[in-house]
Structure formats: C-alpha cells, structure tokens
Design a protein. Sequence first.
Length: 235
Amino acid sequence: MTMSTVAIIPARGGSKRIPRKNIKEFCGKPMIGWSIEAAQKSGCFDRVIVSTDDAEIAEVAKQYGAEIPFMRPAQLSDDHTGTIPVIRHALESLGENGSLVSQACCLYATAPFVSPEDLKRGHALLKSEACSYAFSVTSYAFPIQRAIRITGEGRVAMFNPEHFQSRSQDLEEAWHDAGQFYWGTAQAWQEERPIFSAEAIPIVLPRHRVQDIDTPEDWQRAEWLFKALQAPGAE
C-alpha cells in the first residue's frame, strides 16, 4: 500500500485569550488560511488535513482546500492537551480509514509567517538525516544567562548571578521553538517520542519571521510585522 506524507493542522475551537483565533481575519484572510496555503504551495504533501472539534473551523478549512476526514474528540480539545497526542490521534484515525502515513508535519493554524520553502527544508532534512523530528527554531534576542526575575517583594534578582559580569559575546547563544511546524516520522508521532531531544534537527529561522500570537498585543504586532514583510523590497 502506498505511504503518504500529510500536513496535520491542529485547530480547536476553544481559544480564550483571542476568541476564535484560528479563523479570525488576519491581513485579509482567516488565520488558518495562511497555514493551509503554505502547505499547499510547498508541494510536500499528499494531503492537508485539519484536526478540529469545531464545525465552523472545519467549514473555513474546507473553503481553503483542506480535508476534514474526522472530527477531534472533546477529550483531546481542552486547554491541557499537548500537540503529540493530537497528531497521534490524527494518524490513528487516518490509519483506520486505510490511509498509511510515512511522514507527518504538524503545522500550527496560527503560523502566518510559515513559508513553503521552510517546509521543504524540514522535509528534506527528515528524509536525509537519521532523525525522528525536524522543527523550526530561532535565536533569543538577549542572552538568557543574563535574564532577571521580579521577586515577590517587587525587587530584582538574576536567574544566573554568576554571569553578572559576563560579556554578551562570551555567552553561548540560545535558541527556542519558533512555534510554526514540526516534521516527524509517523512512527515517532505514534510512539509519542519527545520532540525536544537529540532525535530532532533544527530548521533555523530569522527572528523577524517568528512571532507568537497568544494575546491581542501579539496579534497587533504580528499584523504590523506581516505587512512590513509583504512590502516591496522586503524579504
């Protein structure tokens, strides 16, 4: 039986900080539409699937050409459900319907900065390297070793006071998850292997193409940045 490569876009309906975030209009189209179109343009996927518990999200996703072969159960749609169980459920549901998957890319619905080229890079790495996952990362703008906390008394303390005198250029650069996409072998997803491990390879993105969108302030900043990137002469 032919093995397929699929994009799985998790998009539950219960966003609280930004209501209906996954289908809220972002720079001219529903947020999820940007992720669906990037997956389609990449040419990496046999199928682009949305995993949702919400009928309205499902309808919008279909309008942009994604498939909704199943509805996600409520027990996998709350605030505490992690990404890996959602992708595992999707793969199991596809398997029950006779669709065998070799590689799956979890692509977040709120990733308007994702590019088809980055998805291609991730797919190529997953195929060419002995790894379970390949996912997007970017660097911290400030040395994490010199981070400070605000104490319960409203004062300041360093997380790592031993680096008070360290020069920024002498400290190791640190990276974080860019929150866009996660390529993985079907076996890794189904075995629920951890993503942040020695079995993963990073796809490095520039900081100006990474923006978490969790609050209204994040949303506004993302729109400004997105419009700037669309301007003539921008990357």
